[in-house]
Design a binder for this molecule. Structure first.
Ligand code: TYD
Length: 216
């Protein structure tokens, strides 16, 4: 039995994942929980270096399968070095993106096929799946407008994809939601950050059997 709780936050560009993670982590700390927040691709030096290679705007020659393998490699190292030890210590691990990103972006939107991408990821994660996945659902129109207005955020290689790519990413996520209703919960990310946080806390409380009480 795992001692900690593994929560992943998913969504398209500009869904407000970073804001949510900061607020959610503060709420949990207030409740006396031990929290580790982290992100993919990255979170530890080896995976941050892989991230630099994947997201470099100069790397237009990158093949779709190479991209998928690099994400899976970064995921593996991050899981072994950071996520698994934190779970072993009983921490709540909140991770910005995980395997569903690869399934939605590489598997569905890039067209590699969700089954094929799942196969390399199964090898990488060895059954260590999240207890709960929050899918922050936002239309590409709203999401892309948000990131173009947030000047401090650097535009990366995937942000530069065509609008239709971001539409497909959303379709991919909605498909995953349908296939995994016990693990993934959809949150309307076009709402205000306060309402988003409220919905997320409600989902955590009901799905993780009161692990996090919402009444503080
Ligand atoms: P990042 O700047 O972290 O974007 P965001 O704030 O939207 O999370 O860049 C990560 C990019 O990598 C993002 O466009 C999604 C993409 N990605 C994949 O395509 N597959 C993956 O498995 C992961 C983890 C991320």
């Amino acid at each position: 039995m795992r001692k900690g709780v593994f929560i992943t936050i998913e969504g398209g560009e500009g869904a407000g994942k970073s804001t949510l993670i900061e607020q959610l982590s503060n709420k949990m700390l207030q409740r006396g929980k031990m929290v580790t927040t982290t992100r993919e691709p990255g979170g530890i030096p080896i995976a941050e270096q892989i991230r630099t290679v994947i997201l470099d705007r100069e790397h237009i020659a990158m093949d779709a399968r190479t991209e998928a393998l690099l994400y899976a490699a970064a995921r593996r190292q991050h899981l072994v070095e950071k996520v698994a030890p934190a779970l072993e210590q009983g921490q709540i691990v909140i991770c910005d993106r995980f395997v569903d990103s690869s399934l939605a972006y590489q598997g569905y939107a890039r067209g590699l096929g969700m089954d094929e991408v799942w196969a390399i990821n199964r090898f990488a994660i060895q059954d260590l799946m999240p207890d709960l996945t929050i899918y922050m659902d936002v239309s590409p129109e709203v999401g892309l407008k948000r990131i173009s207005q947030a000047s401090e955020r650097e535009i990366n290689r995937l942000d530069l994809e065509k609008h239709s790519f971001h539409e497909r990413v959303r379709e991919g996520y909605l498909q995953l939601l349908k296939q995994n209703p016990d693990r993934i919960v959809r949150i309307d990310a076009e709402q205000s950050p306060e309402l988003v946080l409220n919905d997320v806390l409600t989902a955590i409380d009901s799905r993780l059997a009161g692990f996090l009480a919402t009444d503080v």
